[in-house]
Design a protein around this ligand. Structure first.
Ligand SMILES: Cc1cc2nc3c(=O)[nH]c(=O)nc-3n(C[C@H](O)[C@H](O)[C@H](O)COP(=O)(O)OP(=O)(O)OC[C@H]3O[C@@H](n4cnc5c(N)ncnc54)[C@H](O)[C@@H]3O)c2cc1C
Length: 282
C-alpha cells in the first residue's frame, strides 16, 4: 500500500502530515472530463485505487465529494471518516476529530486500518510543486449530466483569510441595510460574513460567506458580530477568531457568552456611532 491521495490543495496540509508520518508520497488527483458530473468519476476512481492501493484518499467536505468519498469507501469496504476537523497520524493508524450534535461536541475517532477515506472540513492549502499527479476520467454514463456551469458569486477576498470579519445576522431588518456594513467593512478593510439564515433563507449574501457548521470557519484578528444570536452552529465557525465583539439588543443572547467585548444595544444605533468614532483614525 502506498501514497496519500488528495483531491485538491485544500486538503494538502493534512495529506502531507500523514504522508510524512508514514514515509509515503503525496499524490494529487485530477479529474478530467469537461461536462462530467463528479459522480461519473466513481467507477474509474475505484479502478485506480484498487490497482494502485493508496493508504488514504482525502477529499474536502463538499456535498458532491462527500458522496464520491462514501461511494469509494463502500466499494473498498474500508473505514470512512467524514467531516474531520483535525487529523493526526501515528505509527499504527490515525485519529480524527469531528463535530457532532450540530457542533456542540467534538467526537474523536480512531482508525488503525488502511486504506482509509477521509473528508475534511476547512483544511490548509499547501503549494503542491513536484507532487505526483494521477488523472481520473469518467468511464461510465451516469444518470446525472451537466448541462451548464455557472460561476458562483463569491466574496472579493476569501473570507477565511480576512483579518477583520464583520458578520451580519437576522438582527438586520432589510437587505438594503447591508450597505451600512459595507461602509464599515471598507473603513476596517474587512470582509462581510453572515449567519446561515442570511445566506440560505434570505439569500442576501452568498453561501460562500456563511460562517459556521455548514459554512466556513474563520480566524480573523477581529470578528464583529452584528445582530447575531450566537447559536452553537454559528459559533463553531468563529472559534479561531482572536477577538470577538458582539452587538445585540438582547443582553441574554448566547453570543455574549463567547464574545470578548459585548455591546447591548441596537445595531442601527451602533453602526453610525462606530463609523463616526472611526473617523480620524488610521
Ligand atoms: C444542522 C444545522 C446547521 C447549521 N449551520 C449553521 C451555520 O453554519 N451557520 C449559522 O450561522 N447557522 C447555522 N445554523 C442555524 C443556527 O442554528 C441559527 O439558527 C442561526 O445561526 C441564527 O442566525 P441569526 O443569529 O442570524 O438569527 P437569530 O437567531 O434570529 O438571531 C438574531 C439576533 O439579532 C438580535 N437583534 C434583533 N434586532 C436587533 C437589533 N436591531 N440590534 C441588535 N441586535 C438585534 C436578536 O436579539 C437575536 O439575538 C444551523 C442549524 C442547523 C440545524
Amino acid at each position: 500500500m502506498s501514497g496519500i491521495w488528495i483531491s485538491s490543495e485544500e486538503v494538502a496540509g493534512v495529506g502531507m502530515d500523514i504522508a510524512r508520518m508514514r514515509g509515503e508520497s503525496l499524490v494529487r488527483l485530477v479529474w478530467r472530463g469537461e461536462k462530467a458530473h463528479i459522480s461519473a468519476y466513481l467507477p474509474s476512481l475505484i479502478d485506480l485505487v484498487e490497482k494502485e492501493k493508496p493508504s488514504a484518499v482525502i477529499f474536502p467536505s463538499q456535498v458532491d465529494l462527500n458522496d464520491l468519498a462514501a461511494g469509494l469507501a463502500s466499494a473498498l469496504n474500508c473505514p470512512f471518516i467524514s467531516g474531520c476537523i483535525k487529523v493526526a497520524a501515528d505509527e499504527t493508524g490515525l485519529e480524527a476529530q469531528r463535530h457532532i450534535y450540530g457542533g456542540a461536541a467534538v467526537q474523536v475517532v480512531r482508525s488503525d486500518a488502511w486504506p482509509v477515506v477521509l473528508t475534511l472540513v476547512g483544511g490548509e492549502r499547501v503549494e503542491l510543486e513536484g507532487v505526483e499527479i494521477k488523472e481520473v476520467f469518467p468511464v461510465s454514463q451516469t444518470a446525472v449530466k451537466v448541462l451548464e456551469r455557472k460561476v458562483k458569486e463569491s466574496a472579493n477576498r476569501p473570507i477565511t483569510e480576512a483579518k477583520v470579519v464583520i458578520s451580519i445576522g437576522r438582527g438586520f431588518k432589510r437587505r438594503e441595510d447591508i450597505v451600512l456594513v459595507k461602509d464599515l467593512a471598507a473603513r476596517l478593510s474587512g470582509e462581510i460574513g453572515c449567519t446561515r439564515p442570511i445566506a440560505s433563507e434570505l439569500h442576501w449574501l452568498p453561501e460562500s460567506v456563511c460562517i459556521g457548521l455548514s459554512g466556513v470557519q474563520v480566524s480573523p484578528d477581529l470578528y464583529l458580530a452584528l445582530g447575531i444570536s450566537g447559536q452553537v452552529q454559528h459559533v463553531v465557525g468563529i472559534r479561531g477568531a482572536r477577538v470577538i465583539v458582539a452587538v445585540n439588543q438582547d443582553e441574554k443572547a448566547p453570543i455574549f457568552g463567547v464574545a470578548d467585548f459585548g455591546i447591548v444595544g441596537d445595531l442601527y444605533n451602533f453602526i453610525p456611532l462606530f463609523l463616526e468614532a472611526l473617523k480620524g483614525t488610521r
